[in-house]
Design a protein around this ligand. Structure first.
Ligand code: DGY
Length: 318
């Protein structure tokens, strides 16, 4: 039987079928991931790894894993994998597309509304006993309905967010490597060059994969191009944004607010400057965290693992 290394405590119903067909070595603590030194040591004999986005399967790990044949990654994003080396070595890698699209789009849109309408700040205000009067301009935010949403990265999730935006009578602009002519025709989404999108949008949402090309795609010059009333939303990966530049833009009023589900370093440190700002809504990378989506992600990986362990070709290969 092949050695399958699982870096987390996953719900047993998704691991049990694997115990029949592989020698499972797993991390059993619920709240933490397998520490890096143990991961490196256990990888030496592993033929298969079931990883999460926190586990870096980088050049170092790959050097420690000479027998590795397959990686199942519990995410649609796979920037934690050294994908070109993985491919060069003929290692099969799979991810979990499609099943998290709706959960992620729901959260992205929820974060947009929460940031625009200052939901977290308002709830804190009430609980802190500051609510003394109704007052005309108390905790006023930006109106979502009828505004313009600019989406950077119009893949499955981008398109699902854009369709939700239509229900709010928003104008949807998008920037993407490829034009989405069908979506343009069917829903009226409009393509824009990045500069134009930044200048025209009331909300700028990043939904592009994180690669060397998108690293710090949003930096000081891009933030300067946005409206002073603009709201920036990131549910993709923290590294797409220069966090220092974002902090400066938010602090100086160059843009109005930001909703962030992701950070360059995760978990984000509690003394991170962005967390000191009242106009930042910060979440702990929960975009896909509905029970339905997470179960479907686990089931997608499980199916790929069982297929591979039965010497067949798994779906969702990267
Ligand atoms: C992903 O899948 O890439 C998300 O960031 C976590 O679900």
């Amino acid at each position: 039987m092949k050695k399958l290394l699982i870096t987390r405590k996953f719900p047993e119903q998704f691991v049990a079928p694997l115990r029949e067909v592989a020698h499972v070595v797993e991390w059993t603590e619920i709240e933490t991931a397998m520490p890096r030194d143990k991961f490196l040591a256990e990888a030496a004999e592993a033929e298969v790894i079931w990883s999460t986005l926190e586990d870096k399967i980088d050049e170092e790990l790959l050097m420690h894993a000479p027998k590795l044949q397959m990686v199942a990654n519990l995410a649609v994003g796979y920037n934690n994998l050294a994908i070109s080396t993985i491919k060069e070595r003929g290692i099969i890698a799979t991810n979990t597309p499609n099943v998290l699209t709706n959960a992620t789009a729901d959260l992205a849109f929820g974060l947009l509304i929460a940031t625009a309408r200052r939901l977290v700040e308002s709830a804190d205000y009430l609980r802190a006993g500051k609510w003394k009067n109704w007052s005309p301009m108390l905790l006023t935010g930006m109106e979502v309905s009828g505004s313009t949403l600019g989406i950077i990265g119009m893949g499955r999730i981008g398109s699902a967010v854009a369709r939700r935006a239509k229900g709010f009578d928003m104008q949807v602009l998008y920037h993407n490597r490829n034009r989405k002519y069908e979506d343009e025709e069917m829903y009226g989404f409009q393509y824009r060059a990045l500069d134009e999108l930044l200048a025209e949008s009331d909300f700028v949402m990043v939904l592009t994969p994180y690669t060397s090309e998108t690293h710090h795609l949003i930096s000081a010059p891009q933030l300067k191009q946005m409206k002073e009333s603009a709201i920036f939303i990131n549910v993709s990966r923290g590294g797409i944004v220069d966090e220092h530049a974002l902090y400066e833009a938010l602090k100086n009023g160059d843009i109005w607010a930001a909703g962030l589900d992701v950070f360059q370093e995760e978990p984000v440190s509690l003394d991170h400057p962005l967390l000191t700002l009242p106009n930042v809504v910060a979440l702990p990378h929960i975009a896909s965290a509905s029970v339905k989506a997470r179960h479907a992600m686990l089931a997608t990986n499980l199916e790929a693992l069982l297929t591979f362990l039965a010497d067949d070709k798994p779906k969702n290969r990267l």
